[in-house]
Design a binder for this molecule. Structure first.
Ligand SMILES: [Zn+2]
Length: 259
């Protein structure tokens, strides 16, 4: 049934996007959310989160050549103004982010952020970045490494002590691996509420990415930034619609943690 519901929702979204065609793009900071580029993403029963390399290359060419669109780093606080700025992010810390995605992004000069779950760095499957590879990624121009928690547990379900441990230990391990300050986090499973947001701030994070589907304006809390989910099936046409804001009604599917 989830598959049927997903197909129905997507059909509605495509219809809705058509009705918006022709309007100017929404201004602000739009943060794209990717996971794996070319391999199987964890827990991905619907096959949404493993974007094929050729498709990803198509998306990035569309982004680099779109008129009126500027690429930005996630932490660029000037990016929420009157233009459309776009930041690229990846969750989980897949090895293909370094081997497949990074060369494509570097070719276009697009900055990007990889949110690494530190337990995955020690996973024997070979699908995830090792500490050495995280360090290598961090040395590339325009790359930011952020935390995606220590164990990929939804943070909202943890008591205060376990919550702090997830936030602090993942940050410390990534700082040790990269030799750089880590001050951005993507909340695992998008699970964030006021308590988790405040704990992230107390643990030293200044930027937080959630899974609410929307663009960010100047008033948005930097620890509760919305993102735009990019799926494996998104053609170049759908990708451009999402950049433009034509899919932003999708936000109604998820609660806004800022409210
Ligand atoms: Zn994740």
């Amino acid at each position: 049934m989830p598959r049927l519901r997903s197909i129905a929702t997507r059909g509605l979204a495509e219809l809705s996007a058509l009705t918006r065609t022709g309007r100017p793009p929404r201004a602000g900071l739009r943060i794209l959310m990717y996971h794996s580029i070319g391999s199987q993403a964890i827990g991905d029963k619907l096959g949404l989160y493993g974007v094929a390399p050729a498709r990803f290359a198509e998306h990035m060419t569309a982004l680099a050549t779109a008129t009126g669109v500027k690429t930005a780093a996630l932490s660029d606080r000037n990016a929420t103004g009157n233009d459309l700025h776009v930041a690229v992010t990846f969750d989980d810390g897949y090895r293909d982010n370094l081997l497949v995605a990074a060369p494509i992004l570097q070719k276009h000069g697009i900055p990007f952020t990889v949110f690494v779950c530190t337990a995955f760095m020690h996973d024997p499957s070979g699908n995830f970045l090792t500490p050495t590879e995280v360090r290598e990624l961090a040395t590339l121009a325009g790359v930011t490494i952020g935390s995606h928690g220590a164990t990929h547990t939804p943070l909202t379900g943890l008591d205060d002590r376990a919550l702090r441990e997830e936030l602090v230990s993942s940050r410390t391990e990534l700082e040790d691996a990269t030799g750089r300050a880590v001050n951005a986090i993507s909340y695992p499973h998008g699970a964030v509420d006021r308590r988790v947001r405040d704990a992230a701030a107390a643990a030293g994070y200044s930027t937080g990415a959630c899974s609410r589907f929307d663009i960010n304006d100047v008033t948005r809390d930097p620890l509760l930034l919305c993102r735009t989910d990019i799926h494996a099936g998104d053609s170049g046409h759908v990708f451009r619609q999402k950049l433009h804001g034509d899919w932003d009604w999708y936000k109604w599917r998820t609660r806004d943690p800022a409210q």
